[in-house]
Design a binder for this molecule. Structure first.
Ligand code: SF4
Ligand code: SF4
Length: 442
């Protein structure tokens, strides 16, 4: 099969708006003077602090962890003194304990940060343990601890690893730049994942609007026939893991199922790069690439930021706001999280800070559904968004459940296409929350 321009059924063509940053090389942010590192940055159990107020810590030192399996330890991103341990609101809207560290500017790295054995010598178990110790979580948004993803139950036989380099969200270019500028690390990370799961076949899926990244990756893999670079049609939500599995392998993850149910594990390209750094340099996940962009930003950039740096500090290093900001979003415009304030820290899952102008952020007038059926055509999960939404708006959550509301991946394609500007994804998200809350109670 030719692995070019593959795709899935449904979806929408959203204006890319990537021109603001796609040609901008990665740069490193200034050393922050203070970092605010939340102890709950991932899906799963929050971590407990391992340090006390007044302690001196170094870059890469483990400062928090949990004994729960679904959790990932947290490391300091600066060298300095722990000033306080206090509660803050994270950009996901969660209230979390947070370690506040004042940098002393020495940039001293902790003794534990040193290269591991070569990949050839590491066993599967050792690779997974390195990933866990490095605190690596999915960097494409969901924030699921990577060591858990790489530990499927024995009855789930994995035969395919996919690296997700689709980056289908408009505006975001962090993964694109990373594939272009660090293709060796991305490919190394994929080889490490393949070894960890004893899998012979790996794919990297990249949308066809990033052909320079495709060429960069191909030049690294050369004759390795175990790895294939696949081009995907630039279509939203091509980066959804079930869509990318379907496009590349033709397999369909069943309703309520997981990629492992069809023999696949999907990781983001940024996660692969973090895995490479954990093995090659012993570097835990304490910094990440953030695309700071939008017409509301003076100098959009792809910038490597230390975890715990406040959004406002990052925005200031991108020239500040271009006029009065209309909306600030962590992530992209389709699935990102709107922020009430820039007084929140960058966390492991912060792939982008998007600032829209007041004009762009104006809410459009909602009108009654004209039954055009466009939302049905574009839904990648083949749901009926108009019916789920109608039930949700009437607070008839049982009705919404009957129309499989829980299968919605909240991609927002239906809301984007709806000519009546109905609040489809918002109401479906609300219904999902209510259905899950009811299930928990019963
Ligand atoms: S119903 Fe859910 S999955 Fe379908 S298009 Fe809307 S947001 Fe996406
Ligand atoms: S796209 Fe909007 S107007 Fe058309 S059927 Fe769906 S909800 Fe109704």
């Amino acid at each position: 099969m030719k692995l070019e321009n593959l795709t899935f059924k449904g979806g929408v063509h959203v204006p890319h708006s990537k021109e603001l940053t796609e040609k901008k090389s990665l740069i490193y942010a200034n050393e922050p003077s203070v970092v605010y590192i939340p102890l709950h940055q991932h899906t799963g159990a929050p971590c407990e602090a391992l340090v006390n107020v007044g302690d001196r810590v170094k870059i890469g030192q483990k400062i928090a962890e949990s004994s729960a399996f679904v959790s990932a330890p947290i490391h300091s991103s600066v060298a300095g003194i722990v000033k306080s341990i206090t509660n803050i609101t994270t950009p996901t809207g969660m209230n979390s304990a947070c370690i506040v560290i004042e940098s002393d500017g020495t940039k001293e790295v902790h003794e534990s940060v040193k290269p591991k054995e070569s990949l050839d010598k590491l066993s599967s178990k050792e690779i997974i343990s390195i990933i866990k110790e490095a605190g690596i979580t999915g960097m494409g948004g969901a924030g699921f601890p990577t060591h858990v993803k790489l530990s499927p139950p024995p009855e789930k036989k994995i035969d395919t690893i996919i690296l997700n380099g689709a980056e289908c969200e408009p505006f975001l270019t962090a993964d694109h730049r990373l594939m272009l500028e660090m293709p060796e690390k991305v490919v190394f990370g994929l080889r490490a994942i393949m070894k960890a799961l004893n899998v012979e076949k790996g794919f990297i899926g990249v949308e066809n609007n990033k052909m320079d990244a495709v060429h960069a990756l191909k030049s690294v893999i050369r004759e390795d026939d175990k790895i294939e670079i696949v081009t995907l049609k630039a279509k939203y939500p091509q980066g959804d893991e079930k869509r990318i599995i379907n496009a590349i392998t033709g397999r369909k993850v069943p309703s309520g199922g997981l990629p492992m149910d069809v023999g696949c594990v999907v990781n983001n390209v940024s996660t692969a790069k973090a895995i490479a750094e954990a093995i090659l340099e012993g570097k835990p996940l304490y910094e990440r690439v953030v695309t700071v962009t939008g017409n509301g930003i003076k100098e959009p950039k792809n910038i490597v930021v230390k975890i715990g740096t406040k959004f406002q500090e990052v925005i200031d290093q991108c020239g500040g706001f271009n006029g009065t900001p209309g909306k600030i979003i962590m992530g992209g415009p389709m699935m990102g999280l709107a922020q009430f304030s820039t007084d929140v820290p960058v966390i492991k899952g912060s792939g982008g800070i998007l600032v829209l102008t007041e004009e762009e952020a104006l809410a459009e007038k909602v009108s009654p559904c004209i039954k055009c059926g466009k939302c049905l055509e574009v839904c990648p999960v083949t749901l009926q968004p108009l019916h789920i939404s109608a039930h949700a708006l009437k607070k008839n959550f049982e009705g919404a459940e009957r129309f499989n509301a829980l299968d919605c991946v909240e991609c927002g394609a239906c809301s984007f296409i709806c000519p009546a500007k109905r609040p489809l994804v918002e109401s479906i998200r609300f219904a999902k929350r209510e259905i899950l809350a009811k299930r928990k109670k019963s």
